[in-house]
Design a protein around this ligand. Structure first.
Ligand code: ZN
Length: 174
């Protein structure tokens, strides 16, 4: 089931999310809903706070090529346990900040440890777009958005556009 995606600014996008203590059916269902919501958007990553749930859960799939096999990942309590000194710059966007993009520089490679949907611990090193995406999504669990890496001026400009977008959408819904 698709869930509505919160649009910045929203206080729920600024909260530190709580760790998961066990993988329940409700959490499995939430991760499935989030993947469905992400693919539909379409996007390559989504964090639970973006659908209003303040829990440490992210989903991602950075396989984008035609005919390539999708690789949906759901990570509970994801943690970056190592990051490279080498950095990479990607133009980032966010489903909670529609149509706004900006360059963000982050470690090029990161090793992430997480709990999967079966409750098993996983560990993997990601590079390229996967590395950027997983860091962007884990940031969401700390209440941090990609625009927090930009200058205050750029951030305010984007935030004002989002306030207007939300106002327009609310009016259209009447
Ligand atoms: Zn995002």
């Amino acid at each position: 089931m698709k869930r509505p995606i919160l649009i910045h600014p929203d206080p729920r996008l600024k909260k530190v999310c709580a760790p998961v203590t066990g993988i329940t059916d409700d959490l499995r269902r939430l991760s499935q809903d989030m993947l469905e919501t992400m693919y539909d958007a379409p996007g390559i990553g989504l964090a639970a706070p973006q659908v209003g749930v303040l829990t440490r859960l992210i989903v991602l799939d950075c396989v984008k090529g035609e005919g390539e096999t999708p690789r949906p990942l759901a990570m509970f309590n994801p943690q970056i346990i190592a990051a490279s000194d080498a950095v990479n710059t990607y133009e980032e966007g966010c489903l909670s900040i529609p149509d706004q993009y900006a360059d963000v520089t982050r470690p090029a490679d990161v090793t992430v440890r997480w709990i999967d949907r079966n409750g098993a611990e996983q560990e993997e090193t990601f590079d390229k777009l996967w590395a950027t995406c997983v860091q962007h999504e884990i940031d969401h669990l700390e209440g941090k958005l990609f625009i927090d890496y930009l200058s205050a001026l750029k951030r305010q400009l984007i935030t004002r556009k989002m306030v207007k977008l939300k106002r327009d959408r609310a009016r259209d819904a009447l």
